[in-house]
Write a protein that binds this ligand. Structure first.
Ligand SMILES: Cc1cc2nc3c(=O)[nH]c(=O)nc-3n(C[C@H](O)[C@H](O)[C@H](O)COP(=O)(O)O)c2cc1C
Length: 168
């Protein structure tokens, strides 16, 4: 599957019954513009996924290169084995209308769980995007000359975009 990398990696967060968790996800893609729907492939054992199934709410947080260490941490440590995961993550999470979002994210997509389908070792998890927040990094579209976005090479390796744009 690394033949389709490097690909963008994001932090996906959820909160259910007072339990908060975020993971890193690079198997994530838009699947519909109208209505806006995302698909994220999640392994059933991910603790964050259990929270999404329970609360039916999640956020997808676009983190800048400067937050890479935290993103990698969220993707390497599981709440199921480390109850203090989020306290040691280096990210500050703010809860808005029961959606937990990461402070300082370049963009936040607020999502409701639409459906999930078992596919094998990962489920296809479809999320309705119900609200978005973004700042300069996406005004009016991704500003690759000014911002470094995170791309996952594989394992613990990452890269970023160049600042050149070819325009047709
Ligand atoms: C860059 C990166 C991308 C990842 N992408 C995914 C993904 O798309 N789907 C998935 O199920 N796990 C993915 N993982 C693994 C989870 O983020 C990881 O297992 C995490 O520790 C799960 O935490 P949790 O059990 O607390 O939810 C990725 C890990 C990294 C480092």
């Amino acid at each position: 599957m690394y033949l389709l990398h490097p690909r963008p990696a994001y932090a996906v967060c959820s909160l259910a019954s007072g339990v908060l968790d975020c993971l890193a996800a690079s198997w994530i893609t838009p699947v519909s513009r109208q209505p806006p729907i995302l698909m994220v492939a999640l392994a059933p054992r991910r603790a964050t996924y259990a929270l999404i199934r329970s609360s039916r709410k999640a956020t997808v947080n676009v983190l800048e290169w400067g937050m890479l260490k935290s993103l990698h941490y969220l993707g390497s440590v599981s709440l199921s084995k480390n109850p203090d995961k989020m306290a040691a993550s280096g990210v500050k999470v703010v809860v808005v209308d029961e959606y937990p979002k990461i402070e300082g994210a370049l963009a936040v997509l607020y999502c409701d769980l639409r459906t999930h389908i078992n596919m094998g070792d990962h489920d296809a998890v479809f999320l309705d995007v119900v609200r978005v927040e973004y700042g300069e990094a996406f005004t009016p579209k991704p500003r690759v000359r000014d911002y470094k976005y995170v791309l996952h090479v594989g394992g613990g390796e990452y890269t970023s975009n160049t600042d050149s744009v070819v325009s047709f």
